[in-house]
Ligand binder design. Structure first.
Ligand code: AMP
Length: 303
C-alpha cells in the first residue's frame, strides 16, 4: 500500500459564511488532507491536539485507516481558527488564530514514518514543516501549502521550505503576496523561481492552474457547485486528492501527465468539501461517488 505523510493542523474551527455558522467544528489542514487522501492511500499524520480533542474526531481518521502514531495529545487546548467569508466565498477573513498546543509542538517522527515516500507539508508553521522534512530519509515527492498568516509572520522560514519541495499549492492572493506581483501569471512564474518545480494555484470557483517552467500551464475548471456552504478546507482537500492520486498511481517522480490527472482528483475532492460545514460532506465520498464526479469533470473539461 502506498503511503503519504502529512504534517498540518488538527483544529476546531469557528466559521461564519452567508449560509450559516459552525462553532468549534472539526477542521485543520491535516484533517481535510487526510480524509481526502485516504480514499487512495495509507496516510500518516504528524500533529498535536489538546486534551479537549474528542476521541470521536480521532476516530474519523482511524476508521479510514489513517495512521495516528505521529499524533500527540498534550495538556492544553487544540488549535482554534475563527474566520468569516463575506461576499467573496473564495477568500476567508481570519478573525482568530489561536495556536494553543501548536505553539510549543516539537514534532519527533515515529521510526515507522521515516521511510515515507510522499510528504505533504500542509498549512502550519514553516519551522515545523522543515523539522518534519528533515527527519524523512528518502522522500520521492514533497509538496507544501501555506497561507498569508505564515507569509507575514515567518517569511524567511517559508522561503527555506519552498527551496526543498517539488510542488507548492497556493491561492492567487497568496501567490501575489509572496512575490509582490499584481498579475497572477507573473506571480505563478515567480513562485516557481523560489524553488518548487511545480506550482498549483487554487482559484476557488474558477478552478486551478498547474505550472512548471518546462511544461507551461494546465488549467482545470472546477466542478460547478450551486450552493457553496463553507469553503474552509477546500485547498487542503484538493491537496489530499492530488497527493493521494500521485502516491497511489505513480511510481517514482510523477510526469507532467500524471500531475494533470492528479489535479482532477484534487478538484473532485474540493468540490465536495465546500458543500457543507466542517468535514461533513467530504467524509461521505467513496469510490463510487468519486468515479462519478471524475467522469462529470472529464465531460466539463474535454472537447
Ligand atoms: P483551507 O481553507 O484549505 O485553506 O484551510 C482551512 C483550514 O486551515 C482550517 O480548517 C483551519 O483550521 C486551518 N488553518 C487556518 N489558519 C491556519 C494556520 N495559521 N496554520 C495552520 N492551519 C490553519
Amino acid at each position: 500500500m502506498p503511503e503519504v505523510l502529512v504534517i498540518g493542523s488538527l483544529a476546531y474551527d469557528s466559521v461564519k459564511t452567508p449560509s450559516g455558522k459552525a462553532d468549534k467544528a472539526l477542521g485543520g489542514s491535516a484533517n481535510y488532507f487526510s480524509v481526502a487522501a485516504s480514499n487512495f492511500s495509507k496516510v500518516r499524520v504528524v500533529g498535536v491536539v489538546g486534551t479537549d480533542y474528542q476521541e470521536s474526531d480521532k476516530k474519523i481518521l482511524s476508521d479510514r485507516g489513517v495512521d495516528l502514531a505521529g499524533l500527540q495529545t498534550v495538556p492544553g487546548e487544540t488549535f482554534h481558527w475563527a474566520g468569516t467569508y463575506e461576499n467573496n466565498l473564495n477568500e476567508a477573513q481570519t478573525l482568530k488564530t489561536e495556536l494553543n498546543v501548536f505553539a510549543s509542538f516539537d514534532p519527533v517522527l515515529p521510526e515507522s514514518y521515516k521511510n515515507s515516500s510522499h510528504v505533504f507539508l500542509a498549512n502550519i508553521d514553516p519551522v515545523l514543516q522543515l523539522k518534519v522534512l528533515n527527519q524523512i530519509q528518502n522522500p520521492v515527492f514533497i509538496g507544501m501549502d501555506s497561507m498569508n498568516f505564515w507569509i507575514d509572520s515567518k517569511h524567511k522560514d517559508l522561503l527555506a521550505v519552498l527551496k526543498k519541495v517539488n510542488i507548492v499549492f497556493i491561492n492567487e492572493t497568496e501567490a501575489k503576496m509572496l512575490t509582490q506581483e499584481s498579475n497572477t501569471i507573473s506571480a505563478i512564474k515567480k513562485v516557481a523561481e523560489l524553488g518548487p518545480e511545480f506550482v498549483v494555484v487554487k482559484r476557488g470557483e474558477y478552478g486551478s492552474t498547474l505550472y512548471s517552467k518546462a511544461h507551461g500551464f494546465f488549467q482545470c475548471a472546477s466542478l460547478p457547485v450551486e450552493k457553496v456552504v463553507d469553503p474552509t478546507g477546500a485547498g487542503d482537500s484538493f491537496a489530499g486528492g492530488f497527493f493521494g492520486y500521485v502516491s497511489k498511481y505513480v511510481t517514482g517522480r510523477p510526469s507532467w501527465s500524471d500531475l494533470k490527472k492528479a489535479v482532477l482528483a484534487g478538484t473532485v475532492m474540493s468540490s465536495q468539501t465546500i458543500q457543507d460545514f466542517s468535514l461533513k460532506k467530504l467524509i461521505t465520498v467513496d469510490e463510487k461517488s468519486y468515479n462519478q464526479l471524475l467522469q462529470e469533470l472529464h465531460q466539463i473539461i474535454s472537447l
